[in-house]
Design a protein around this ligand. Structure first.
Ligand SMILES: O=C(O)CCC(=O)C(=O)O
Ligand SMILES: [Fe+2]
Length: 281
């Protein structure tokens, strides 16, 4: 009995902290999340190995309409507000079998394209995605409570079968020309808000590149804290919270000479949520 009361208090405390972070910043760190540290690191290590490969190798899993827009995207292919981003990436989505979502889903039907080497990468990434889905669901349950709803407010028809996205992103370091650092830092990812519910950012330790815009309009760094995820709110959660929580602008500038990897997991509503479910919006 006493144990139970303690548990309720713990939940209330975390929910209170979530509420404050979502109202004030739209960004927070998540620790004690239960995802094994070894898995979090392995995911980044295999990503580094992939981006280290020659361009022709990476192009073997090239993103294409025929592959449901899944696969490798070369540097500069991703555009934010008209400007090419200085990153390369592997884009993955919840897999969609033919006909699953009718005509609307056809464009994104397909399975993810994983590098062939190392052979275990597919299983590793799929395990990671499954952990991220569970963790995101828990965070969103906490957010639902923080908004005064029931814990499962955003489950079922809304996000019970999240159309998640995983982006494995690589940002080249600042090049060293004639022994001097280049004066200008390229924008790794231009200022944007994420469009979904919540994002889990698993970034390389030791490189500070992610920047978040605060309420005074200043860019604040969100440095990596080992063992944690940076989590941020997307536009759909802003809408579902009636604007009580805001999706915050952020950008990436890798000023370090080191190549930086970030594996970003985006937890989204169900694919059909806004087209088929009567409870939505
Ligand atoms: O690289 C990062 O730290 C964040 C990337 C990001 O904001 C995004 O992919 O939406
Ligand atoms: Fe983002």
């Amino acid at each position: 009995m006493i144990r139970r009361e303690f548990k309720t208090l713990d939940v209330l405390e975390v929910v209170g902290q979530l509420d404050q972070a979502c109202r004030e910043a739209g960004f927070f760190y998540v620790k004690g999340h239960g995802i094994p540290d070894s898995l979090i690191k392995d995911v980044k290590n295999v990503s580094h190995k992939f981006f280290d490969l020659p361009y022709e190798e990476k192009m073997k899993i090239k993103l294409s309409p025929a592959a449901g827009y899944r696969g490798y995207q070369r540097i500069g292919e991703n555009i934010t507000k008209g400007i090419p981003d200085m990153h390369e990436a592997i884009d993955c989505y919840r897999e969609i079998t033919p006909g699953m979502y009718g005509a609307l889903g056809r464009v994104i039907e397909g399975v993810n394209q994983w590098p062939h080497d190392p052979p275990y990468i597919k299983a590793l990434m799929e395990e990671y995605i499954s952990f991220c889905t569970d963790l995101s669901r828990k965070i969103v349950r906490g957010i639902a409570l923080a908004l005064g709803g029931s814990a499962d407010e955003f489950e079922g028809e809304r996000a019970g079968d999240a159309f998640w996205v995983l982006r494995v992103i690589g940002y080249p370091g600042v090049s060293n020309t004639n022994g001097q650092n280049a004066p200008e830092n390229d924008i790794g990812c231009g200022a944007h808000t994420d469009y979904g519910l919540v994002t889990l950012v698993n970034q390389d330790d030791g490189i500070t590149a992610l920047q978040v815009r605060n309420q005074s309009g200043e860019w604040i760094s969100a440095p990596p804290i080992p063992g944690t995820f940076v989590c941020n709110i997307g536009d759909m959660l802003k809408i579902w919270s009636n604007g009580i929580y805001d999706s915050t602008l952020h950008r990436v500038i890798n000023s370090s000479p080191k190549y930086r990897v970030c594996v970003a997991y985006f937890y989204e509503p169900n694919f059909r949520c806004c087209s088929g479910a009567s409870r939505c919006l």
